[in-house]
Design a protein around this ligand. Sequence first.
Ligand code: PLP
Length: 399
Amino acid sequence: MFSPQEIERIREDFPVLKEVVHLASAATTPMPLSSIRAVQEAIGRMYLKWDRAWAKDLQEECKKSIGRLVNADSTEIALISSTTQGINAIASGISWREGDNLVIDDLEYPANALPWYHQAKKRGVEVRVVRNRNYTLQMKDFSKLIDENTRVVAVSHVQFVNGFRIELKELSKMAHEVGALLFVDAIQSLGAVRVDVREFGIDAMSAGGYKWLCGPIGTGLLYVKKEVIEEINPAYMGFDGLEDKERGDLWSKVVTSLDYVRDYRRLSKNAKRFEYGYKNPALVAGLKSSVEYLLGVGIERIESRISYLVDYLLNKLEEKGFSTITPREKKYRAGIVNFNPGIDLGTEEKAEKLTTKLREEGAVVTVRGGGIRVCCHFFNTTEDIDRFFEALGKILASK
Ligand SMILES: Cc1ncc(COP(=O)(O)O)c(C=O)c1O
């Protein structure tokens, strides 16, 4: 799918790959040069030239690019600063009713659990937890817990510990049959695998931009389906959350009439209602550039390259006799692999010690759940994986 020349060109776009073997896209991913330049250029235009008019359209352009990536309309996208912000917007914006329940699972990253539990506690909502089976989540276990009182089913598309990928199409069908919403934390999947919000039946989705999307830290997106937006009443309100007309009117009256502010009427009917405060144009420019870079490479090609690299990695693990908690079957995995290197990594101190040693050998990975989490993005190569195993072998041999 990718010629060696193309891979070489791609790697030129990520100069940091010359410095380190980067196998940690589930933590933070390098940005391509074009995005670094977009950020620098934006800062220069703003603060060196005082040229600001261009930043006005930037947000809309960024949302359009994100829309192309996930098959959504730009009006269904809000620009946010972290996955957690988007999750809180939905969890706190739902008008929970007495007797509602929320279905979640026990593999979630805290970002996709704490905001839900927090709201559930405040509003007396029952939380039902699907238990994983050997680090996988089964539809039959969701179907036992989802009923006509289920208001939301909240899952990650790809799990952060082992990369388990859930079948969203099946899950959304189950949720919609009882009138529940499907919420998806997509930070570990967007940019690595194809996401089509319409086809998958996603009602709301949040993702930070700094992992597989190769964007800047401090960026993210919240998608809310057109038909659902008005059901969700934002807990936080700001100038950006108003309809453009209302915003325009307020602009001229704000100094003279606080009453007018108090009696605002037109909350945006778009996902923009979840936005507030001034967004940093440099970060928006960086995210836009990264999303467009991925679109340029092609998300389906990226997905198949990742799958090829993960296959290579899983075969290596098998060869070396290391056990993994990542599913073998392609449809149940994405870019994350977690394996047990046969040493105790059960404390933060031990995990830190190993990752520091690996870093000294030039390899960047993370430790999660007592195993080594190795991630393959499209810019990685089989040589990266070989170099990682060499580094690990050296460390294990010296024990
Ligand atoms: C599944 C998942 N959700 C959320 C986050 C982080 O959220 P935020 O963008 O709010 O930092 C992570 C980070 O590792 C994650 O793995």
